[in-house]
Design a protein around this ligand. Structure first.
Ligand code: ZN
Ligand code: ZN
Length: 416
């Protein structure tokens, strides 16, 4: 890759959003907010993004069904690096309760056939709108940059499927190879502020469905059973020993048992019990250690009960999200020079997960991913959390700050 730019470069005045661009940004955001779609079903969203890219004269391709990648080459061929900007596009099965005039009333169908309300409850509508507006500004101001910007509109972030699906569908074989991947995610911090953590900024995540097979019997004859409830109960308890006793406290892992299902009647010992786990780990090494311990505990508890080894199915696996240690502070300095020094703050790593890291790790290039505040309250606790029915960011100053941050981040690479 080219040298890391170290001098902070503020966004030129001429590239800041004017009234007309701000209005377009708001209209596009409201459209997206009203029309959320579930993960890997973003068909209308993808078509709509393609139409916007057509308006901007940006060539694009479909990747992984509902992903769209747009390639903005410098119109006069001014040479420069290639950088990728990623915006995820999926909504969530959440009933919006924001009280907004443009609140979503959309409905969708989950892969299992359940009909559900759909809402952009993680703010991915802001991500798409801000990415498109950044593209619009760069397309209008070729004097400010050189090289190529690849806009990755990624589906299915919420199920950890989208980034990998785009990679599997040859994303990086279809477009110029970027020297870095950047992006941002809206969060419950003060609107217009930017928060970042260099290094492992979020957690890897894995979910596991575990089915214990015992042996059913009449409730009065436990000697004829292998009680899967007793087995599963011991397993749940013993699983908590992994984080407490096997993982270093500084490694901040989490093992949560989120579901426990067994039995239908009090005098019938059931045949099976089912639990589901959600696991967060900060690095691939800790993931491996915790995963191995989970399998060991589950198998050993089954053995202790005289039951067969339980079936363990892993799903929703989020990769690591590692912010480049050198490049991240450098890009943040450019964003701080644009939004103001007070607006950009370093934060502790988050326990949440994201699949954006896969896009950079697949190429072995650095990632710079930051968080954008979108709410009125000063602190996290004052604002609605992502994935809740009230998670509807304030349009301003959130969207304008996000576009300016995106542009400052992109120009950190391609600016001239
Ligand atoms: Zn989310
Ligand atoms: Zn999200």
């Amino acid at each position: 890759m080219t040298d890391v730019r170290t001098a902070p470069t503020p966004l030129p005045e001429s590239l800041r959003l004017d009234e007309e661009l701000t209005q377009t940004l708001h209209e596009e955001y409201v459209h997206l907010h009203r029309n959320p779609e579930l993960s890997m079903q973003e068909h209308r969203t993808a078509e709509w993004i393609e139409a916007r890219l057509d308006e901007l004269g940006i060539g694009h391709e479909r990747v992984a069904g509902t992903g769209v990648v747009g390639v903005l080459r410098h119109p006069e061929g001014v040479a420069g690096p290639t950088v990728a900007y990623r915006a995820d596009s999926d909504g969530l099965p959440v009933q919006e309760d924001s009280g907004l005039e443009y609140a979503s009333t959309a409905r969708g169908t989950l892969p299992d056939g359940t009909e559900v309300p759909v809402m952009h409850a993680c703010g991915h509508d802001t991500h798409v709108a801000m990415g498109l507006s950044a593209a619009r500004v760069l397309a209008r101001h070729p004097e400010a940059w050189g090289g190529t910007v690849v806009f990755v509109f990624q589906p299915g972030e919420e199920t950890a499927a989208g980034a990998q699906a785009m990679l599997d569908d040859g994303l990086w074989d279809r477009v110029p190879r970027p020297e870095a991947v950047i992006g941002q995610h809206v969060m419950p911090a003060k609107a217009g502020t930017v928060h970042y953590a260099p290094g492992d900024a979020m957690c890897l995540a894995d979910s596991f469905k575990v089915t214990f097979t015992g042996k059913g019997a009449h409730g009065s004859m436990p000697e004829r059973s292998i009680d899967p409830i007793l087995l599963a109960a011991h397993a749940v308890t013993r699983l908590q020993g992994i984080v407490a006793r096997e993982v270093a406290p500084a490694d901040r892992a989490v093992v949560t048992v989120g579901t426990f299902h067994a039995g239908v009647k009090e005098n019938v010992i059931p045949d099976t019990a089912e639990i589901a786990l959600n696991v967060r780990t900060p690095t691939p090494e800790v993931r491996e250690k915790v995963t191995a311990a989970i399998h060991r505990v589950l198998a050993a508890e089954a053995l202790a009960s005289g039951a067969p080894e339980p079936a363990v199915e892993r799903y929703n696996s989020f990769p690591r999200m590692h912010n480049d240690a050198e490049l991240t502070p450098a890009v943040m300095a450019s964003i701080a020079a644009t939004l103001g020094e007070d607006a950009v703050q370093q934060m502790a790593p988050l326990m949440g997960s994201e699949d954006v890291g896969a896009l950079a790790d697949a190429l072995g290039v650095p990632l710079v991913y930051w968080f954008l505040g979108g709410f009125a309250g000063e602190s996290f606790a004052d604002n609605p959390a992502n994935h809740t029915p009230q998670f509807a960011p304030l349009m301003e100053p959130t969207l304008t700050a996000g576009v300016h941050a995106a542009l400052a981040g992109l120009l950190h690479f391609v600016g001239r």
